[in-house]
Design a binder for this molecule. Structure first.
Ligand SMILES: [Zn+2]
Length: 360
């Protein structure tokens, strides 16, 4: 675990956990690897072994790492309680996290969307939509114990059993499997980085997805890869994941400047050209969108190039973060400008030129 910088040391937190010390409330949250659940320090549930826990500085972080809130100690609730006006909605979401709640649905329940968004921002440091998305993704790809068994079952015979798998997968995740025409498998896992967890996906041929879990586009990207590769998404172990996490870890330590892992890239001709141009930008260098457009012999397509970069599904490895505005401004980045700044500073060996931001 890399994002524990603002936390007390592990043993102190573990002792607090064992003694259910409520003075540590809000200081740390604990994720239990064996159950996929996260708790407050003072939770009354049976205490896990030290080697089975992950500590987090925020509930948001615990969720992004795939943990689901404990039903005993309700770690998302402030002082153990949601405000009266939102408690019915929250139990509804708990029962059905795949429910896509629009402003209209809130209004129907007599809840002001503005007030709700405000509460999430102030108390959990994330938007209501990010919260819902994170819950859905945790359900689909989180540390779901039963899920692991289901996957084993699906792979123990051949593809025939996938239909049964799909039914269960849909029931537990809300992700609708795409009928029998999808015979391919994309395995999905989390890769941990100093900038937060990323979702990685791999086909038989290589890595097809690497994206920050909290990115708004993530579900759209997941849908796209399913369609492009005619594949089902399944949490699991690809032969590429070990190498990928090692290369990414080395990159963040400043020890790796080039990636050499097979990629599964597919897009329109224009996207393919734009992405190939990205792969040619050397480590530590930046170019402008105008330059990238010229490189692909399409100098007027500056906006289209920016769009193609935004659609890049393999962050960091296909380095869209190395493209910046003509005037040197960072312009946009799907994972957030602060991450783009971090990546460029890392590559250019600038010592924390960016203002350190407590992760998530
Ligand atoms: Zn608990």
């Amino acid at each position: 675990m890399m994002t524990t910088n603002s936390l007390p040391d592990r043993q102190t937190m573990y002792n607090a956990l064992l003694s259910r010390d409520s003075s540590f409330e809000g200081i740390f949250y604990v994720g239990v690897k064996t159950t996929g659940i996260f708790c407050r320090p003072s939770c009354t549930a049976k205490k896990p072994k030290l080697e089975n826990v992950d500590f987090f500085n925020s509930a948001k972080n615990a969720m992004l790492y795939g943990y689901r809130p404990c039903k005993l100690c309700h770690p998302l609730e402030i002082k153990g309680k949601f405000p009266e006006w939102m408690s019915a909605l929250m139990s509804e979401i708990e029962k059905n996290p795949s429910f896509r709640i629009k402003d209209y649905d809130l209004a129907k329940r007599g809840i002001s969307p503005h007030k709700l968004r405000r509460w999430f921002k102030d108390n959990l440091g994330m938007t209501f939509q990010t919260y819902l998305r994170t819950l859905r993704i945790s359900q689909a790809f989180g540390r779901i114990k039963e899920g692991d068994k289901v996957i084993e079952a699906a792979f123990s015979s051949d593809y025939d059993s996938l239909s049964g798998f799909n039914a269960i997968f849909k029931k537990t995740t809300g992700f609708t499997p795409n009928s029998s025409k999808n015979k391919n498998i994309i395995q999905v896992t989390r890769i941990l980085t100093p900038l937060g967890p990323m979702l990685a996906g791999a086909t038989e041929k290589g890595i097809c997805l690497l994206e920050f879990v909290d990115r708004k586009m993530i579900e759209t990207q997941l849908k796209r890869i399913r369609k492009i590769f005619k594949a089902e998404l399944i949490p699991g172990k690809s032969k590429y994941f070990k190498e990928l996490s090692e290369q990414i870890a080395n990159y963040f330590e400043g020890k790796r400047k080039k990636f050499d892992i097979p990629l599964a890239i597919d897009g329109t001709n224009f996207q393919m050209m734009a992405w190939k141009a990205l792969l040619k930008i050397p480590y530590g260098k930046t170019v402008s969108y105008e330059h990238q457009a010229k490189v692909i012999d399409n100098p007027k397509a500056v906006r289209a190039v920016a769009k193609a970069n935004g659609d890049n599904r393999i962050s960091i490895i296909i380095p869209c973060h190395r493209v910046i505005g003509k005037d040197g401004s960072l312009t946009g980045y799907g994972g957030g400008i602060w991450r783009k700044q971090y990546l460029l500073d890392l590559e250019q060996k600038k010592k924390a030129a960016w203002i350190y931001r407590r992760l998530m």
